[in-house]
Design a protein around this ligand. Structure first.
Ligand code: SF4
Length: 398
C-alpha cells in the first residue's frame, strides 16, 4: 500500500472514531464535552465559595442567592444543572435531637426553596383536629360565650387526624368519622370558693353529641335528634381505643367561676388545616437556619485569642496551648453561632481575621409540635403533601 492510501485509511479511522464518540454521547452533548480532558470539572475556589456560602459581613450578608441556572458556569466547563441522580447522591437527613414535642435535624443537599416549602406546609397544610363548633347550653360566668369558644378552639387535641375525614362544607353530616365531641359541665355552688376551669374537665363523648337539637325537641320520634349522628362508638375503632382522645395538655385555664356560676356546653372538633385558622396548625413553630461556618483567616494568638473568646456570647471559641507559653484561638462549636457578629464588630481588622459564613444547602430544621402528632411524623406528613402536589402538577401537564 502506498503512503498516501495509508494516510487516507488512517484519517477515515480517526473520523469513524470521532463519529462513534459523538454517537456515544448523542443523548448528552454536555456529557461529551465534560468527558474531554481539557475541560475543567471544578470551579475556581473563589467561585466555589460564592456558589456554596453566604458571606455574613458586618454591614450585610452577601451572595445570598442560589445559582439555579444550569448554564451559569458552562463557560468554565462546570455543569450546574439540577439532576435527580446528583440529588439522590447528596441529599441527607441527620436527626440531632428528638423528644415527644420537638425535633432538630439537618437537611443537607437541598435547595432553600424546598426547605421553605416544607416549613410552609408544616405550618399551614398538615391537618389536625380542633374545636370548631361550640354549643353553649348555659354560661353564667364572667367570660363571654365567644371568648370562651375561642379559647376552646385553641386547645391542642390529642387525636390522630389521619383517622378522620374532613367535614362536608355545610357541616350538616356530622358522624364518627369527621367529628369529635367534648362535653364541659362545671358549676361553682354557692358557699364554695372561686373555682378554676381547666382543660382536663373537658370530657370526650365517644358516642357523639348528647345535646338535643332545638328543632328536634318537639318531634315525636322515640330517639331525640342530637347535633351528631354517630352509627358506632369511636371507642370501637382500634386505633382510637388504644390512644383515647382528649386535650393534649390538661392544665390549660379556660375560665374562672364564682359562687353560683355555671358553664354547660358541648364542643365539636373537626379536621382542618392551619391556612384556614391557626388553631389547626400542628406546630407551635417550624423553622430552619443555614449551618453556620466560622473561619479564622489568620492565627489569633495570646491576648487577641483571649479577647476573641470573651467577645463571643455563646462560647464558640476555645483556646489551645501551642507551646512556649503561647496560646491560639480555635473554632470549637461553629454550630452554636447565632450570627450576632460581636466577633467582627470592632473594626476592619477583626473582619479581616474572621469570616462568618452560612452553608447554602445545609439546613438545621426545628419542628415544635403542638401535640396532635409526634414531630417526626409531622415531617413525613409534610413530605407526603409535597409529593401529592408534585403528582398533581405532573398529572395536569401530562
Ligand atoms: S457571630 Fe456571635 S456567636 Fe457567632 S462566632 Fe461571632 S460572636 Fe460568636
Amino acid at each position: 500500500m502506498s503512503s498516501s492510501s495509508e494516510d487516507e485509511s488512517m484519517s477515515e479511522m480517526e473520523e469513524q472514531e470521532n463519529q462513534n464518540k459523538e454517537m456515544k454521547h448523542e443523548n448528552g452533548v454536555l456529557d461529551y464535552i465534560m468527558s474531554l480532558e481539557s475541560v475543567p470539572t471544578n470551579l475556581p475556589p473563589h467561585l466555589e465559595l460564592l456558589m456554596t456560602r453566604v458571606l455574613c459581613n458586618n454591614d450585610a450578608p452577601q451572595h445570598t442567592d442560589t445559582i439555579q441556572y444550569s448554564g451559569a458556569y458552562a463557560a468554565l466547563g462546570v455543569d450546574n444543572s439540577l439532576r435527580l441522580d446528583n440529588f439522590n447522591q447528596n441529599f441527607k437527613v441527620e436527626v440531632k435531637r428528638l423528644t415527644d414535642d420537638d425535633i432538630e435535624f439537618d437537611m443537607i443537599g437541598i435547595d432553600p426553596s424546598l426547605a421553605n416549602a416544607f416549613r410552609r406546609i408544616l405550618i399551614s397544610e398538615v391537618p389536625t383536629m380542633a374545636i370548631e363548633r361550640v354549643y353553649i347550653a348555659n354560661n353564667t360566668s364572667l367570660i363571654q360565650d365567644e371568648v370562651l369558644s375561642h379559647r376552646l378552639g385553641l386547645i391542642p387535641i390529642s387525636a390522630d387526624p389521619r383517622l378522620f375525614e374532613y367535614p362536608d362544607n355545610a357541616g350538616d353530616n356530622r358522624n364518627e368519622k369527621n367529628t369529635i365531641v367534648f362535653k364541659l359541665h362545671v358549676a361553682c355552688h354557692k358557699g364554695q370558693p372561686r373555682m378554676t376551669v381547666r382543660s382536663d374537665q373537658l370530657k370526650w363523648l365517644p358516642n357523639g353529641s348528647e345535646l338535643i337539637a332545638e328543632d328536634a325537641k318537639l318531634s315525636a320520634s322515640s330517639k331525640p335528634k342530637t347535633f351528631t349522628s354517630f352509627t358506632c362508638s369511636q371507642e370501637s375503632i382500634p386505633e382510637i381505643s388504644s390512644n383515647p382522645i382528649g386535650p393534649k395538655y390538661l392544665d390549660i385555664i379556660l375560665a374562672k367561676l364564682g359562687p353560683g356560676q355555671e358553664i354547660e356546653l358541648e364542643a365539636h372538633a373537626v379536621k382542618g388545616v392551619g391556612r384556614t385558622h391557626a388553631k389547626w396548625s400542628p406546630v407551635s413553630t417550624a423553622w430552619y437556619r443555614m449551618l453556620p461556618e466560622v473561619v479564622l483567616l489568620e492565627n489569633i494568638e495570646d491576648d487577641l485569642a483571649v479577647k476573641l473568646q470573651e467577645k463571643c456570647p455563646v462560647g464558640l471559641f476555645d483556646i489551645e496551648d501551642i507551646g512556649e507559653g503561647k496560646k491560639r484561638a480555635t473554632v470549637a462549636r461553629p454550630r452554636d453561632c447565632t450570627l450576632c457578629k460581636e466577633c467582627i464588630r470592632e473594626g476592619k481588622e477583626w473582619e479581616d481575621r474572621i469570616s462568618l459564613r452560612r452553608v447554602k444547602d445545609h439546613f438545621i430544621f426545628t419542628i415544635e409540635s403542638t401535640g396532635a402528632l409526634p414531630p417526626e411524623v409531622l415531617f413525613t406528613e409534610a413530605v407526603k403533601i409535597l409529593e401529592d402536589k408534585c403528582e398533581r402538577v405532573i398529572t395536569e401537564f401530562s
